[in-house]
Design a protein around this ligand. Structure first.
Ligand SMILES: Nc1ncnc2c1ncn2[C@@H]1O[C@H](COP(=O)(O)OP(=O)(O)OP(=O)(O)O)[C@@H](O)[C@H]1O
Length: 801
């Protein structure tokens, strides 16, 4: 058997050598193109320059790809029976899915067949000089049987082989036989079979802090999702560890391959936490895709914000709820009028700042703006006390004045408009001028409409060229920013006013207090985004950016966007510039709150969607409300539903324990079936000598000894910092996580600290505990404190039969 393995490895080595020779040829071609193009650049006619740019661009992209793809380049092979129609596709492979009649010969001694075609599968396609396929891109239709074929429905595939290689060296091969009953011949020799399949080998590997791609072992039910047409909404459900995140990432790569032009509009992947972004962001580059995909945490979806804190569950519940929509609408209008009691200068430090200050206007400027009318010294004194309550101007030699009641009426009329608040300012300005005009008595001076119109326009000009009037307008109808309104909401009295009959006083107090903190919370970000939509951005003439004149001449700037920035920087820049995407993938979709769904929805108004999630892992307290918001975000687009059923992460021993919590969290819900078992049962430990910190440290150290890779220690959210201190000095393989941060991540071993504390944290606590218990790929320890009421074996109340 060892001989067969060695021989098969050398067969694949030969093929890989051939592939590398071809790649080198292509690199030389690309380099030649680059040099040639550079030489032509010296000629200098505009036509030659443009051609040079196009060539340099193409060659640059090519080189980049070849260099990137060199690692672990070739990973699969299928040996196929003769196909039905004998037609070949553009990649040089036969297109038929089903075998030709007569491809299999039945004889008395058994069934026999000849292998008619052998395909190698890799990260990108490579054709030989005579256009025969040396490597088929994993996303090409011809590669689909590598993933789809099963012994139940083998199609043309007789043997599927996964090849492990590092750089230019083949290290091993693992075969799966799809038609074990068949004796197949390749070049006159019986087809050899090596190993026990690649999946188990992949699953048993130690985990690091970044996710690996699964391109060599995608399973049939996953492949159906990855290649599902992106016509509308692809909806994928599956329990923990069924590969939802992996599938979502591979789907992004597949969609780009399949229709690059369509997805030039960008693909957005929304992830629940920055930790999961960091964990997954290496997968797409490893699949050769990067530039067009933005992976963002839901707390970083708004440009230039990065939420760093979590609200308490009680506050999060209010901020995430769609009730906030009405509060925000009122706040956006209300914040125009600064209540003197809450305005700058009359508040203690840390209380709500003046919404205008976040506009970049200094407090001194706004103080000046509030001083109207040269004979109004007391106006100066009122300067810091909020919105101006009187407007005085001189026009046509007359003093005109609008008092507080008139101003307030005008504001109400202006606010009746449906446009975003910041865009209503011109309307308010017009209404002010109308009122002043009427007061001036000039309206009746001319019967001739033309003369009357002329007079009116010179009246308007007179007033609007006055600095005082402009300053008044800035103070009375300031341009508001989302942050400014959110700050205004931190004032409990104001928020109370804006939340009347929507939030109860307890909720108002908690939300206002949370907004007085400096850092933004994850839930604040969706509020900011909503406010941006409510407020709108007034149109401003764009500044021309400085461009290199040569780039302008040649258009090189557009042709070679990655010339000066890395692919990743480019992705980030594009993400920052982009408001909407061509495809939106939502990972851990069960966790999006109604307000977050609105935010994500705005980024994919014309997009197709892939939504992956697991209701049983939802940390949102009201799943029905979230489902309604999701349906609103996705609109009436038709849905295609898929369910993933196999748990590739947890061994059966851990999955069985987690299933007990699932039964409490969601009675009747089905657990996915674990694909493997290790024989290692979860360990139950109790806090020793009342010292929780030391016990956590001891148990974590114990797990570090037992696994090669990572250890995750999951604690209730309010113990995050404490837990990090307990683990200090144990090394980089171990990390402390708050229960909500564990979403989507996995570790070789997990220590779950006090299930009861996690479960009692929020109304969704049992589901959050279910998440915590399903993070380990090899070993799990559960540490109980007093609250867990452990039995004699240390098993906590929540995990007993
Ligand atoms: N076909 C596969 N081949 C090899 N490994 C796989 C395969 N499918 C999934 N896995 C592995 O199983 C683990 C779980 O996958 P993933 O994180 O995508 O699951 P998930 O459904 O998103 O889980 P959760 O809901 O808990 O976040 C990962 O380590 C992933 O690489």
């Amino acid at each position: 058997m060892a001989d067969v393995r060695e021989r098969e490895i050398s067969v694949e080595q030969e093929h890989l050598d051939q592939v590398y020779r071809r790649l080198e040829e292509k690199i030389h071609e690309a380099e030649f193109l680059m040099n040639d193009a550079a030489k032509r650049g010296q000629v200098g006619t505009p036509g030659a320059l443009a051609e040079r740019d196009a060539q340099v661009f193409r060659a640059g992209v090519h080189l980049n790809r070849l260099n990137n793809e060199f690692e672990d380049f070739l990973f699969g092979r299928i040996d196929l029976l003769l196909g039905k129609d004998g037609k070949k596709g553009p990649d040089g492979a036969y297109t038929a899915v089903e075998p030709a009649e007569g491809a299999v010969r039945a004889e008395e001694t058994g069934t026999y067949a000849d292998i008619a075609e052998t395909l190698h599968i890799g990260r990108i396609g490579v054709l030989d000089a005579d256009y025969s396929p040396l490597v088929i891109d994993w996303r090409a239709p011809a590669a689909a049987p590598f993933y789809r074929s099963t012994p139940v429905d083998p199609g043309r595939v007789v043997r599927r082989r996964v090849i492990r290689s590092k750089g230019r060296k083949v290290l091993g091969v693992e075969d799966d036989l799809m038609r074990p009953e068949l004796t197949a011949f390749l070049d006159g020799e019986e087809l050899p079979v090596v190993g026990d399949g690649a999946l188990m080998a992949a699953l048993g590997q130690a985990r690091s802090h970044s996710m690996r791609d699964i391109v060599a072992s995608i399973q049939a039910e996953q492949d159906l999702v990855i290649r599902a047409p992106a016509a509308s909404v692809t909806y994928v459900e599956g329990g923990p560890g069924t590969g939802k995140t992996a599938v979502a990432l591979h789907r992004a790569a597949y969609l780009l391959y399949q229709d690059r032009r369509r997805y030039a509009g960008g693909i957005l992947i929304v992830s629940p936490t920055p930790l999961l972004v960091a964990y997954t962001e290496g997968v797409l580059p490893s699949l050769g895709e990067e530039g067009q995909v933005a992976i963002r945490a839901v707390g970083s979806l708004v440009d230039s914000t990065e939420a760093s804190v979590y609200d308490t569950p009680a506050v999060a519940r209010v901020k995430g709820s769609s009730r906030m929509l009405r509060v925000l609408r009122r706040a956006a209008r209300g914040a125009l009028e600064q209540d003197p009691a809450t305005a700058v200068g009359s508040r203690a430090a840390g209380a709500a700042p003046d919404p205008r200050r976040a506009n970049g206007q200094s407090p001194t400027a706004s103080a000046q703006q509030l001083a109207f009318g040269e004979d109004e010294p007391e106006a100066e004194g009122e300067a810091n006390k909020g919105t101006p309550t009187r407007l005085r101007v001189v026009a046509f030699g007359r003093r005109l004045e609008l008092d507080s009641a008139q101003l307030s009426r005008i504001r109400q009329t202006a606010l009746n408009g449906t446009a975003p608040v910041n865009l209503l300012r011109p309307r308010a300005r017009k209404l002010l001028l109308d009122a002043l005009w009427e007061q001036s008595g000039a309206a009746g001076r001319h019967d001739d409409p033309e003369l009357a119109a002329e007079l009116r326009s010179s009246f308007d000009e007179d007033i609007t060229s006055e600095d005082d009037f402009l300053a008044f307008l800035d103070a009375w109808w300031p341009e508001l920013t989302p942050r400014a309104v959110l700050s205004a909401m931190s004032d409990e009295r104001s928020l109370n006013r804006w939340s009347r009959r929507i939030l109860n006083p307890g909720e108002v107090r908690k939300v206002a207090r949370s907004l007085r903190r400096d850092a933004l919370s994850v839930h604040d970000v969706a509020l900011l985004d909503e406010l941006q939509a409510i407020l709108g951005t007034p149109h401003r003439p764009r500044k021309k950016k400085d461009l290199d004149p040569l780039d302008l001449l040649t258009g090189l700037d557009e042709l070679m966007p990655q010339r000066e920035e890395s692919q990743r920087e480019r992705a980030e820049r594009l993400a920052a510039e982009r408001v909407e995407y061509a495809h939106v993938i939502v990972d851990e979709a069960q966790d999006l709150t109604p307000m977050q769904w609105r935010m994500v929805g705005r980024r994919g108004r014309h997009a197709t969607w892939t939504v992956v999630g697991d209701p049983a892992q939802s940390s949102w307290s009201d799943p029905d409300e979230a489902a309604a918001a999701r349906d609103e975000a996705l609109g009436t687009r038709p849905r295609r539903r898929f369910t993933l059923t196999v748990n590739y992460r947890n061994p059966a021993e851990i999955a069985d324990l987690a299933a007990k919590v699932l039964a409490l969290a969601m009675p009747g819900a089905e657990s996915p079936s674990a694909v493997r078992s290790t024989g290692i049962e979860p360990r139950f430990a109790v806090v020793r000598e009342g010292d929780l910190g030391q016990s956590v440290r001891d148990e974590a150290a114990r797990l570090l000894e037992r696994v090669e890779g990572t250890v995750g220690v999951v604690v209730a959210m309010n113990r995050r910092e404490q837990a990090a201190r307990w683990l200090a000095g144990l090394g980089e393989r171990v990390v402390a996580l708050g229960s909500l941060e564990a979403k989507g991540l996995e570790y070789d071993a997990t220590l779950v600290v006090s299930p009861a504390e996690i479960a009692d944290e929020s109304p969704a606590g049992l589901r959050v505990l279910y998440v915590a218990l399903t993070r380990a790929t090899q070993q799990l320890t559960v540490l109980s404190g007093e609250r867990d009421d452990p039995d004699a074996d240390g098993v906590p109340d929540l995990l007993r039969d």
